[in-house]
Ligand binder design. Structure first.
Ligand code: CAA
Length: 383
């Protein structure tokens, strides 16, 4: 039977999932991580391996043909993939981000139509909220959706869209009533093949180079009105509710990157000899590793607690999602920077993976809301 102590221990099923994802990630994703980063190419091998093992969109409910994983299982999948390749971890993470608005607020028809191909691995999903002039102030968006009979016509530009061009489906937030600011925003599903949809050139980024980030253009894109997710005017609330859940997945990504850096550095200091002994024998090195492990564990506890709240409707998820994302991403930046330091000059070169991890970690402090925005969200929702 379960006791109160079990609250602080992941279940056997979750740990078995971790073992199998770790083995898969080591065998099928890690071997390409350097190449994917250097060439800035999509990690097709990772997508294939994730789809073959039904790990590309584990959050999709069973009713719609998905694996029906809970939020903690989803976190573990993302964490273990990010441990070897942050770019690849954006496949399960952004599939959740893009599709959660439909799962949370969409009609049964929308769910049935769009979740099945996602669950099967035939289509990926992206999330279009940010614009060139509307990043932190998401409600300041300009993209318009104008009703025309049984259709809506979309015009505008979305920026920083993760996996743009690769994804088949896009959840797009657009203004339906400019008078009402956040209450005048609605959400829609747009397909890559819809006439008038096009993409900008891939951004040249510091990290997560294997995950394409592009602008998405909507030029008189005419879509059936039943592609609206939920009622008119509820799109901003849906977008925010979605982020409450998916900031936990970015925390998971950050956690995985940090763990990967610690694991690598831990092995390195045992091999590297200076002054006649392994540098792991120096207390200055041991203290750094101890701090790194301590911070990772604190980030993990907060992230898993947030994931548990993600499953409960009566919870203070808004605070916890923001806190987990903010804290874990700061830890990822600190730990990866320390990992580079532990490898010294070698750590600064592309011959070792830690500089990639440091570059990849940086984005987790920026996307799905900067860590400054997370503090606004936390302050407005103190527990
Ligand atoms: N749950 C449900 N509804 C919510 C909500 C939540 N967590 N937060 C806001 N809402 C709704 C409410 O209906 C609210 O109205 P009421 O006040 O009447 O309840 C309405 O939205 C407006 O909310 P705010 O007044 O809080 O809106 P705001 O303009 O002050 O903005 C903000 C709030 C927190 C700053 C928000 O703009 C924000 O989160 N900004 C950051 C945007 C962001 O995270 N972007 C990430 C892009 S996605 C990405 O990065 C993906 C990727 O590439 C991987």
């Amino acid at each position: 039977g379960s006791t109160d102590f079990d609250l602080f221990r992941t279940s056997e099923e979750h740990e078995m999932l971790r073992e199998s994802v770790r083995a898969l990630a080591e065998a099928k994703i890690a071997p390409f991580a350097t190449e994917v980063d250097e060439e800035g190419r999509f990690p097709q091998e990772a997508l294939d391996a994730l789809v073959a093992n039904d790990l590309h969109a584990v959050h999709v409910p069973e009713t719609y043909g998905g694996a029906g994983a809970d939020a903690l299982a989803t976190v573990i999948v993302i964490e273990e993939v990010a441990r070897v390749c942050a770019s690849s971890s954006l496949i399960p993470a952004v599939n959740k981000l893009g599709s959660l608005p439909v799962i949370l607020s969409g009609s049964e028809e929308l769910k049935a139509k769009y979740m099945a191909p996602l669950a099967k691995g035939d289509a990926m999903f992206s999330y279009c909220l940010s614009e060139p002039e509307a990043g932190s102030d998401a409600a300041g968006m300009k993209t318009r959706a104008v009703r025309d009979g049984d259709f809506y016509v979309l015009n505008g530009v979305k920026r920083w869209i993760t996996n743009a061009g690769v994804s088949e489906y896009y959840t797009v937030m657009a203004v339906t009533d400019p008078e009402k600011r956040s209450k005048g925003i609605s959400a829609f599903v747009v397909e890559k093949g819809d006439e008038g949809v096009s993409f900008g050139a891939p951004e040249k980024k510091l990290g997560i180079k294997g995950s394409p980030t592009r602008e998405v253009y909507f030029d008189n894109v005419r879509i059936p009105a039943d592609r609206m997710i939920g009622a008119e005017g509820t799109g901003f609330a849906t977008a925010m509710k979605t982020l409450d859940h998916t900031r936990v997945t970015i925390a998971a990504q950050a956690l995985g990157i940090a763990q990967g850096a610690l694991d690598y550095a831990k092995g390195y200091v045992q091999e590297r000899k200076q002054f006649g002994k392994a540098i792991a024998e120096f207390q200055g090195i041991q203290f750094m590793l101890a701090d790194m492990a301590m911070k990772i564990e604190a980030a993990r506890q907060l992230t898993y607690a947030a994931a548990a709240k993600s499953e409960r409707t009566d919870s203070d998820l808004t605070f916890f999602g923001a806190a987990a994302k903010c804290y874990a991403s700061d830890v990822a930046m600190e730990v990866t920077t320390d990992a580079v330091q532990l490898l010294g000059g070698y750590g600064y070169t592309r011959d070792y993976p830690v500089e990639r991890m440091m570059r990849d970690a940086k984005i987790t402090q920026i996307y799905e809301g900067t860590n400054q925005i997370q503090r606004i969200v936390m302050a407005r929702n103190l527990p």
